[in-house]
Ligand binder design. Sequence first.
Ligand code: PLP
Length: 394
Amino acid sequence: MASFVPKAASTFVYRARRISVRRGTTRTPDKCWRTATVAVHADNAGLPELSHDWDVAPPIGVTSTFERRNGQAPHTYSRTSCPTRSRCEQVLSSLEAQGGVPCRALLFSSGLSAVHGALSVLCRGEPAKRLLISGGYHGTHAVIAELKATGATFEVAPLPGPEGVIAGDVVWLETPKNPTSELYDVAEYAARGADVIVDATLAPPPLQYPLAVGARVVVHAATKALAGHSDVVAGVVVAADEGILGDLERYRHAVGCVPGSFETWLLLRSLRTLDLRLHRQATSAAELARWLRSHDKVVAVHSSAGSELARRQMKDGLVGGTFAIELQTEEMATKLPAALTLFKDATSLGGCESLAEWRRRYDDQISPRLVRISVGLEHPEDLRCDFERALDTL
Ligand SMILES: *Cc1c(COP(=O)(O)O)cnc(C)c1O
């Protein structure tokens, strides 16, 4: 079966480069780049096979199929690979590889199709695997329910502390966790010999590098901070192990859950500014969370920014632009999103527009007094003033 899958172009292109071992930089024989540079240049410098004519901005390739010339073509059929996707995957691979572990990123049609792909590949086999997971994004639990409904043999159990994990377990760590920003120590779980999958949606690179602390697979809803403009639905799975990558490629080729060219192009365009956006969102969120802690209508602020684990596992102790607050009453929590002006009352996170939502609407496991906040790119002082005014009206 495996030999049936044509190798994606990104495979040989990526391997042609030497990716680094020092965190936060990509080393090539003559270059030592930081995240901001990798995001702009990983797909073209020294890679003429991914460039197109003399364009500075990448073109959008829309073709579904490719002509063979003399029996050869760099791509065969767009479900398998196409230039726009390979180029975007090249940037994503390079960004994640800055953690020090050479790896490859594969794009999926949504965050949840990436979740489905990662679980399908890691939870199969004999003897039946044990998948350990608690809380986090509700959609991930819906994916597990679908897999179980089609007869998947893996068992599902609540996530214990690292001491409760044994070799062979599959551990799902959403870190930071949606919506409460709780962090998990990836290295401690990985040290037990488990296959750790990290859903890193709330904090993509350069905020954390889960493969560098022992994760087998990293999943991102690119829909959120990676794309960052509330205009794309896409997902990413990253791994270093060629066996896992081969299984993921075969899965994606069989199921066909690839993003369209326009989404892929928008994501590639957005990655150019990832470093700037994430830094601004994460620092504004940390600032706003700190201010909200001293507001008398706010009874709890769920943000891990600056915690001991954040300082150890995350860049500068920052955890991204998402956190949550609990208000005195459920009524206050339902009214706050509409009372804010700059924060739109909408679900999702990671975009340039700030959002606030009464999370109970989507997730019945969540406190009815909780409001999830996704901080965008507006000036942090304007965001604070908006909260001050809105909280006064409650
Ligand atoms: C949004 C989200 C997903 C799902 O991504 P989609 O692109 O909406 O399918 C998965 N995990 C987390 C943590 C998310 O926030």
